[in-house]
Write a protein that binds this ligand. Structure first.
Ligand SMILES: *Cc1c(COP(=O)(O)O)cnc(C)c1O
Length: 375
C-alpha cells in the first residue's frame, strides 16, 4: 500500500506555485500598491494578451467562464424564447449559463472517440427558434468547426464557442475563441490557463460586441453612472488578472508538458484491455486539459487505481440532460445514447504540467496490471 507521499495526484498546483512564490506575491503586491483595485492595468494587459494569443481582435475579462457564456449570449441578443444548440456531454455550467440567459438548450449527441459534438447531427436540430450554436471544446480539443460555421452562415444563427477547457487549442491554423461570433473562456484554477480563484473572459473580433460586453459586465454602464441597458456585475478581478499575466507567457510550455504526458499514456495504453484512447481530430492541436479513456470495466478500474494510490476522475458521471436540476427540459434516458454510454465508461487519468513523468508511468503500469488480471 503506497503512502500518502506516493499518491499520484489527479491535479496539484503547488508544484507550479512554490518555485515561483515570490513572483506571484510580487504580482499581488503590485496590484495592492497600485491605487487601482478594480478594472485597472492588469485586466487591460491580460485582455490584450489573451486576444493576441487566441487570435481574436478583443478580449473582455469577466468574473468566470459561466458568466463569459451568459454575457456572450446576452450581448448577441439571445434570451427567452430562443434555442441554443449544444451538448449534454459537458460541464454543468455550459447549460446553466444558457438557462441564465433565458434561452433553452437543445442537445445533440457527441462522437464516441473524441467526446465532442457530433456536428453531423446539428442541422436536424435547427428549428425556427434556433438562434445560436454553442459547441464545447471539451477536454482541450476543438470541435470540427467548419461545418458549424457553414450551418451558422446558411441558417443565419450565431456561433459561440465554449473554450473553457481549450485555451490555446487549434483547429488548422486557428485558435479556440477566434472562429465564432464569440469565445467564452474560464480561468478556473484547474483549467489549462488557471487563475488562483474565479476568472473568465469573452473573445470576439466584433468591436461593437466587445463594447457591449464591456458595459454588460459593468451594470450596463458605459460612463457617468448611467445604465444604457440592464447589465450585471461580472468583472475580472485585478489580482486574478495579475496572476494570469504571469502565467500566460508559460501556456505553450505548460501545454507541451501536458502533451508529453498524453504521449506516455497513448504509447503505454495502446491495445491494453478494451481501453479506448482519446482520438485527436485531423489538423487539431489538443491541449489535454483532460486525458479521458473509456472502458466497460470503468468502475472496477477506478477502484483498483485508487487502491494503488492513483487519483482519477469521471468527467462527467451524469449527463446534464438527465440531471434532476434539468428535468424541466424534458429529456429522457435513451435520448442521447453516446453521451449516456460515455458517462458509464469514461475515466480521466492524472494530467497536469508538473505531474512527474514517473507518476504517469506508474499509471500506465497499474492500468496494464489491472487488465492483465494481476494484483
Ligand atoms: C469550467 C467550465 C465552464 C465554467 O467555467 P467557470 O469559470 O467555472 O464558471 C464552462 N464550460 C466548461 C466546458 C467548463 O469546463
Amino acid at each position: 500500500m503506497p503512502g500518502m507521499n506516493d499518491t499520484v495526484r489527479y491535479w496539484d498546483y503547488l508544484g507550479e506555485y512554490t518555485p515561483r512564490r515570490e513572483e506571484y506575491l510580487g504580482a499581488v503586491d503590485r496590484v495592492f500598491s497600485s491605487g487601482r483595485l478594480v478594472l485597472g492595468q492588469e485586466v487591460a494587459e491580460f485582455e490584450k494578451g489573451l486576444a493576441a494569443y487566441s487570435g481574436a481582435a478583443f478580449a473582455v475579462g469577466v468574473n468566470s467562464g459561466t458568466d463569459a457564456i451568459v454575457l456572450a449570449l446576452k450581448a448577441l441578443g439571445i434570451g427567452a424564447g430562443d434555442e441554443v444548440i449544444t451538448v449534454s456531454n459537458t460541464a454543468v455550467p455550459t447549460v446553466a449559463a444558457i438557462r441564465a440567459s433565458g434561452a433553452t438548450p437543445v442537445f445533440v449527441d457527441v462522437e464516441e472517440d473524441t467526446y465532442l459534438m457530433d456536428v453531423s447531427l446539428v442541422e436536424a436540430a435547427v428549428t425556427t427558434r434556433t438562434r445560436c450554436l454553442l459547441p464545447v471544446h471539451l477536454c482541450g480539443q476543438m470541435v470540427d468547426m467548419a461545418p458549424l460555421q457553414e450551418i451558422a452562415r446558411r441558417r443565419g444563427v450565431r456561433l459561440v464557442e465554449d473554450c473553457a477547457q481549450a485555451c490555446g487549442a487549434a483547429y488548422g491554423e486557428e485558435r479556440a475563441g477566434s472562429l465564432g461570433d464569440a469565445g467564452a473562456f474560464s480561468f478556473y484554477p484547474t483549467k489549462v490557463l488557471g487563475a488562483f480563484g474565479d476568472a473568465g473572459a469573452v473573445t470576439t473580433s466584433d468591436p461593437e460586441l466587445a463594447g457591449r460586453l464591456r458595459r454588460l459586465r459593468f451594470y450596463g454602464i458605459e460612463q457617468g453612472y448611467h445604465a444604457e441597458e440592464e447589465g450585471f456585475n461580472s468583472r475580472l478581478d485585478e489580482v486574478q488578472a495579475a496572476i494570469l499575466n504571469l502565467k500566460l507567457p508559460g501556456i505553450e510550455a505548460a501545454a507541451s508538458a501536458r502533451r508529453d504526458i498524453a504521449r506516455i499514456y497513448d504509447e503505454g495504453l495502446a491495445g491494453v484491455g478494451d481501453v479506448g484512447l482519446p482520438v485527436v481530430g485531423r489538423d487539431c492541436r489538443h491541449q489535454y486539459y483532460l486525458y479521458t479513456v473509456r472502458t466497460r470495466r470503468r468502475d472496477r478500474l477506478m477502484e483498483f487505481l485508487a487502491k494503488e494510490g492513483i487519483e482519477t476522475k469521471i468527467n462527467y458521471p451524469h449527463p446534464v440532460h438527465l440531471m434532476r436540476g434539468y428535468c424541466a427540459l424534458g429529456y429522457r434516458d435513451g435520448d442521447l445514447p453516446v453521451t449516456e454510454r460515455l458517462a458509464r465508461t469514461i475515466l480521466s487519468l492524472p494530467i497536469y504540467p508538473e505531474l512527474p513523468r514517473s507518476h504517469a508511468e506508474r499509471v500506465v503500469e497499474a492500468v496494464r496490471r489491472f487488465f492483465s488480471g494481476g494484483r
